[in-house]
Structure formats: C-alpha cells, structure tokens
Design a protein around this ligand. Sequence first.
Ligand code: GTP
Ligand code: SPV
Ligand code: MN
Length: 584
Amino acid sequence: MYNNKAVAQWVDEMAKLTKPDNIVWVDGSEEEKERLTEQALATGELIELNQEKLPGCYLHRTDVSDVARVEDRTFICTRNKDDAGPTNNWMDPAATYEKLSKLFDGSMKGRTMYVIPYIMGPVGSPFSKVGVELTDSIYVVLNMRIMTRMGKVAMDQLGDSSEFVKGLHSKGTLDPNERYICHFPEDNTIWSINSGYGGNVLLSKKCFALRIASFMGRQQGWMAEHMMIVGIEDPEGHVDYIAGAFPSACGKTNLAMLVPPEVFKKKGYKVWTVGDDIAWLRVGPDGRLWAVNPEAGFFGVAPGTNYKSNPNAMETVKKNTIFTNVVLTPEGTVWWEGMGEPPKSGIDWKGNPWTPESGEKGAHPNSRFTAPASQCPSISPEWENPQGVPLTAIIFGGRRARVAPLVYQSFDWNHGVYVGATMASETTAAAIGQVGVVRRDPMAMLPFCGYNMADYFAYWLEMGKRIPNPPKIFNVNWFRTDSEGNFIWPGFGENLRALLWIIDRCKGQGKAIETPIGYVPEEGAIDLEGLDISQDVMKELLNIDKDVWADEVNSQSEFLEKFGDRLPQEIRRQNEALKKRFGF
Ligand code: GTP
Ligand code: SPV
Ligand code: MN
C-alpha cells in the first residue's frame, strides 16, 4: 500500500522470519481504529468501558508476569562492549540477532503482523524522526495511535528515504525467561520479544526516543532526555519553559500538568503542559537550548492520580483512553489506589473479583493510562511547535527521604552536570524489581541511555560549551519524609512555589545562600502565601545535614569509580571540589 522500497524490503524480510498469516499496513484512519478495536474486543484483548461515562475508553490487562519494564532483560548491542558501558547490559549484535531470530522464527504464525509507520516529533518538523514498528499486538497498534503521529502521515514524511528506525516486536509466548528488549544503535534497530507491556513494546518511547535517540543525538549534535517540559506564564503573559528529569514514577507527569495554588491563580499565573516524559533538545539560532516533546500522548502512572493531585490528568483520561491493569468497577468505569472513594467491589488488575476490604491492591502499582496529549486542558499552544520551546531552566530530581533539600541551584553548567550525573532516587514500580531502594540514576537516564554513561557525561559537558545561553540547572526533591515516613512537602500544585524561585534565580533575582552543594533558598525566598507550613518545617525541607552528606558524597565517589578512565576529568574535579567545600 505504501511504496517506500527500503520499508517494503525490510517488512518482507521480517515477515519471512516471523511468518504471520497476514500483513496489515496501518494507515492511522478512524475506520481502521474502529475495526481493530472491534477485533480486540472480540478476543478479550480489550474490555469495553461504560461508553456513556468514558466514551472511546477501553481496559486492557497484561499477563501477571508482564507489568513493567524489565531492566535486567534490556540490552544495548554495540559491536564494542565498552560502547554500551558499565551501566547497560550488553550482548554482541551478531550473536543477539542469531539468538533472537530463533525466538522470532514463526512467532507470528496464526497472527497478523501490523506495520506501523510513525513520527517522533511534530509532523513536518525538521527535527522529527520516522520509525516503523512491526507488531503482532493490536493493543500496541492502538497505543501507538495515541502516543505517536502514525500511519499515512508518517509514510508521507518518510517519502522514499531509507532513514527510519526499524522496530520488531512480537508478544511471542510471553515467557518472562525468554523476554528480550534489544537495541542495536549502530543499525537503528530494536527487537523486542515475549512482552506486551508499555515501555517494553511501544518501541517509539523508551527504545527509540531515548535509547536509540540518545545515541543518534550524540552523533548529530542534539540530546534525547527523560524530561517533562512545562511552561510557566507570569501575570504579564511571559512564559518560561522548564525541562525536568526525574526517574520513572517520580513526578514528571504531575509537574508538567500542575495546577497553580489558588493565590497564584488569582495573581494570573498559568501553567502549560508541553510534554510529560521525553524531551529532544537542540541549540537554537538564538543560542538557547530548545526542547521538543517527540510524543503525541501520555502513558501515565494511574495510582495516586485524582482530582486534587492532578485534575488535568483526570480530565485528559475522560475519553479516548486505554487503561492498563486498573480496577474495573461494576458500572464499567475504572478505579485505582489513590483515586478517591473505592467501589464496593470490582474486578482487579488480574481479572479476579476484588473488594477494598481484601487488603490486596486492586490496580497494579504501575497501572497506566494512555491518552492523547491534545485532550489535556493545560496543553500548551506551543506543544506542536516544530522548533520546540526555549528552556530557561533544567531541573533534576528524585525520591530522597533525607538527603536532597526541596530545591537548590547548581553553581554553573558543569556543576549542574555533576549534580545530574550523581543524582539518586528510590526505585519505583515502573520497572520489575525491588521498590524503595536508593540507586544512582544519572539524569534519570540509567535505564535509557543508549551508550556508555561516561561518554554521556562527557557529551553533556561538551554541550555546555556549545550553548551560548544555557538554561540554569537546579535540583528538586518533593519526597523528603519525617520520622514516620510521611512526605513533609505538600507537593503537586504547591511545587509551583519552587519553580517560581527557580525562574526568579534565572532572572538574577531570588534570594539564596551559598552552601557546599549549591545555592539554597534563603528563609522567606520561597513564596508561601496561602500555604499552611511553618518556617521550622521549611528549614527542615531546606536543611543540608553534614553527616548525611558525608555518606552521600562517599556513595557518589564510589559510583563514579565504575567508569574508570572513561569518566571525564571534569566530573572527577567536581567531585573533589564538592568534598573540599564540605571539608571532607
Ligand atoms: P514515568 O511515567 O514512569 O516516567 O513517571 P513520572 O515521572 O511521570 O511520574 P508521575 O508524575 O506519574 O508520578 C508518579 C507517582 O508519584 C504518582 O503516584 C504521583 O501521584 C506521585 N507524585 C507525583 N508528584 C508528586 C509530588 O509532588 N509529591 C508526592 N508526594 N507525590 C507525587
Ligand atoms: C517509565 O518507566 O519511565 C515510563 C513508563 O515512562 S514506560 O513506558 O513503561 O517505560
Ligand atoms: Mn518515563
């Protein structure tokens, strides 16, 4: 149906391997969506929700062993092992193609192969990139429809070019012991088998837009980052854009959609959502760093989302949304922990009868919604600007119960890179494995950097030299806890207060004190009007405990050792300088 030779040839080759009964070239039309939805409803792959209350919404349940990304089964397959680096799993490309070919051999027998051409980035933007995903999952097709600009529009953009990222996915047998998410950045290729879960199978997202794109970006002079992008409009109508990298399930979606506290709303502040998970960054002609959201939808964490914490997300998921692994209520609506009043009974994420009294979670902690970004009430008028938006600040952050203060500013770009390179966070349910364990997650890219992390640090330092007017770099932590483990900072909409201090600092205003870790807000510098929080609690939130930091700095040094000689000298120098400022 399309006549791009390179795509046709590759599809042919992959079909010979996977042996589907049929091949369907996806066009992205409304008619096609209806047809595929009907088919998925017939097989039970999708469950229809109450179409009066949730028009165009469906529920999907994954296999119980297939509920999150699998980092231990994710591989970067570069010819040279060192190019993948010490933080990535590595396999030899030739050996991996051979090994996985055996798993893919006939994996689509009795199934249909869908060919999904898609664009990452706004249609027609010179910075957008085309990918093609082959999959035997209708769930993947319908999600890709929401998450990317796909179908005919993508083939039109590709024209007769052979420059596209090749993604091959098969649900296979869903055997977790044979599950592989493999990246071949030197071939612009992704092979994923035996999973049906989000980040493992929507190959546009983590696989292409972060792992492959980070590798590409380094060769082409741009950056692919695990960042949300938000615009803060002041009462005069000026908008500052901030990009923020927090690890998975650490608050990007919520920050990108924040609703200003009442007092700030009254003053005329507005918040605009540009992106909630991924940012592609380039230096603009004005010497600033510009950010594009390459995605078209949100694949957001459901638990904890409610009308108080994130009303914009609640409004976004009212129609045309696919819910994955949440509770089905008797009236055909959805529920998850932290949404509000639970239903008296329902069907849990595993498909079993469930009541709130059971003591079991009804929704999986990593249950998600897939919703079109265009439906978000706070979506920025600039979100599809082909040039992107210029960044005033970059923020790093994570879940730290004690170490990091609410907000602080790095001394300069290189120090900011060090802050990002050494950031750590408690693990979450977004990946299979233990939850709540502190681990280093540089720039929130630990699971997503497509090459050697030491080279990635070097590239960040290099970019600093190439950006004449760089954004200032900050660190935030919404997750400090008291002795009982409760969050001290109210978070969510109130986070705007920290963002406004950040913007003030970027304008050369905003009062701060210099500490060994950077500039911390002076007492009273964060506007607390209308918030019931004592100065004592604020002091606690901004406190830098020297004993805690002694351990922290040791742990940072230890982490950096991993990279050996490949670690940029400047990162080592920053580490020494930090110790010196503390007097360690
Ligand atoms: P990924 O999609 O996995 O990359 O996650 P994300 O970074 O977009 O995280 P998200 O905004 O979905 O938040 C994850 C969880 O953290 C949700 O349960 C939120 O309710 C919770 N959360 C987000 N922001 C805050 C905050 O400011 N304070 C507190 N206490 N919790 C928050
Ligand atoms: C994340 O884990 O950071 C996500 C969800 O955004 S997934 O697409 O599954 O990676
Ligand atoms: Mn993410």
